[in-house]
Design a binder for this molecule. Sequence first.
Ligand code: ATP
Ligand code: MG
Ligand code: FE
Length: 332
Amino acid sequence: TMILAVETSCDETAAAVIRNGDTIVSSIIASQMESHKRFGGVVPEIASRHHVEQITLIMEEAMTEADVTFADLDAIAVTEGPGLVGALLVGVNAAKAVAFAHDLPLIGVHHIAGHIYANHLVEPLTFPLMTLVVSGGHTELIYMKEHGSYELIGETRDDAVGEAYDKVARTIGLPYPGGPHIDKLAQTAEAEIDLPRAWLEEGSYDFSFSGLKSSVINTLHNARQKEKEIDPAVIAASFQEAVCDVLVTKTRRAAKEYGVKRLLVAGGVAANSGLRTALETAAEEDGLQLTIPPLPLCTDNAAMIGSAAHFLLEKEAFADDRLNGVPGLMLK
Ligand code: ATP
Ligand code: MG
Ligand code: FE
């Protein structure tokens, strides 16, 4: 199969051509990071405007770089949610228009399914498997027994990991998005500060990061009040250790309880060096086959959407012209 995929759920305008769900023929990503940076976060209005300006160019570029024509395609795929409604609508409407104009089937893809399928572009998925989803808006453990089947076994009750990273970074005075900056800082110091870990009820696979985030903010605030020097690198390292401790411990337990041999990591925070190292060690100890996508496939891109769409195409799970952007779309 050959699919043109589109992703505009947040602040990346992306298009890709994917063959057979596992081969990237082309993948183009236009990031708007610079436009949002000075506001310290993504501004929905600005995001939509950039998507409108970019979407046709990016789709054309993906087709040109792949050296394919619309006659070579089997379907058009697009992220239908979750995400910013105005941003989603740009992608959905562009995909609809192209599908209609070229008489191609249209496929709506869940953004998190996309993040999961980024792993399929690295190493074909094998079932059953467990995925740790760690992104800007999601922190979840998802069990899959086959393609397209998602069982949510745990999720964050407050902040997503990426969100906690970005808020802690802002408190330290690091630029947006702060995740990568905290990660870099954390690698230069020891985790000397004892920060809380929210394990929640016994047996729970849910997460909570708002207490940890507040604890970091309080630690910094108290130090400033007493005019005490506190090394931001030590804060970063301690925060990163607390985050990884909880994520890795719960993931291991879930993999064991569900009897899986395959572990995936998905979403932007999968780029985190501390998390990667800790999961690699755990996977080796527990005899799990671990896949973590390379950095450009961890953050938002359209290749992952094309990969997830391949399996919807096989099932002929097509959308019609009523396809809409759904900001709170559930993964089922
Ligand atoms: P969602 O996919 O839930 O809708 P999103 O698409 O905004 O959210 P992603 O693009 O998957 O999220 O990931 C972005 C997040 O990843 C940001 O919060 C960013 O700070 C974080 N991030 C990126 N690199 C790292 C890193 N090395 N360490 C920690 N966090 C990181
Ligand atoms: Mg993004
Ligand atoms: Fe994302």
